[in-house]
Design a protein around this ligand. Structure first.
Ligand code: DX5
Ligand code: ZN
Length: 221
């Protein structure tokens, strides 16, 4: 079954604990936490203290997506705060292999992420070292953007690379996903969908939105 990772960037931060509880009860698999530094991306979001607070209110795995420069400086702090998966951008780290190893030595699962213009060849040499590849389907920085359809063939190609070279790595897709486009993204080979606006800002409410995404992504018999 596809994993759903609601992105709290689109949540109401004044009611964060409550909303995390709601996605958990509706069957979310991970909590996706978008960390932005105003340098790697133009936006600033949240950091280590928020991860530590969330850790106290949920047992779901925390899927921490670092959109920051020099991620290697912060790995230990995020793992101590309770991150289960830490994903760093290939565009942001000059010492990617060292950063991946540091994440694993600290005891978390390691992911690498690629922006839409970055070719898949950028993850080639790291494929045996990571647990997850996150393909961005919007340019990172903001929730609520539209899915870039040109990323679908990229997701398909990444799926093939994973199946050929290291089956078992999770393929996560992040940005602009909703119940309408989710079936195509799953068909292209995604294992994990990060979903922000279409869950936390859904007219039908959080649990209705999760249910709709779940139904949209059920594998056809
Ligand atoms: C974008 C973030 C995404 C984003 C997803 O920079 O990495 O996780 O919050 O939100 P939606 O689903 O609204 O695009
Ligand atoms: Zn994200």
């Amino acid at each position: 079954m596809i994993k759903l990772a609601p992105s709290i960037l689109s949540a109401d931060f004044a009611r964060l604990g409550e909303q995390i509880d709601e996605v958990a009860r509706a069957g979310a698999d991970y909590i996706h936490v978008d960390v932005m530094d105003g340098h790697f991306v133009p936006n600033i979001s949240i950091g280590v203290p928020v991860v530590a607070s969330i850790r106290r209110v949920t047992s779901l795995p925390l899927d921490v997506h670092l959109m920051i420069e020099h991620p290697e400086r912060y790995i230990s702090d995020f793992v101590k705060a309770g991150a289960d998966i830490i994903t760093v951008h290939v565009e942001a780290s000059h010492h990617l292999l060292g950063t991946i190893k540091a994440i694993k030595e600290e005891g978390a699962r390691a992911g690498v992420s690629l922006n839409p213009p970055t070719p898949l060849s950028a993850v080639d040499e790291f494929i045996h070292d990571v647990d997850l590849v996150l393909v961005m389907s919007v340019n990172p920085g903001f929730g609520g953007q539209s899915f870039i359809p040109e990323t679908l063939p990229k997701i398909e190609n990444m799926r093939k690379i994973i199946d050929n070279r290291k089956p078992g790595i999770e393929l996560e897709v992040d940005g602009g996903i909703n119940a309408d486009n989710a079936p195509d993204i799953v068909e292209a080979g995604a294992d994990v969908l990060a979903v922000g606006n279409s869950v936390f800002r859904a007219e039908e409410g959080i649990s209705g939105a999760i249910q709709r995404l779940r139904e949209a992504t059920l594998e056809k018999p």
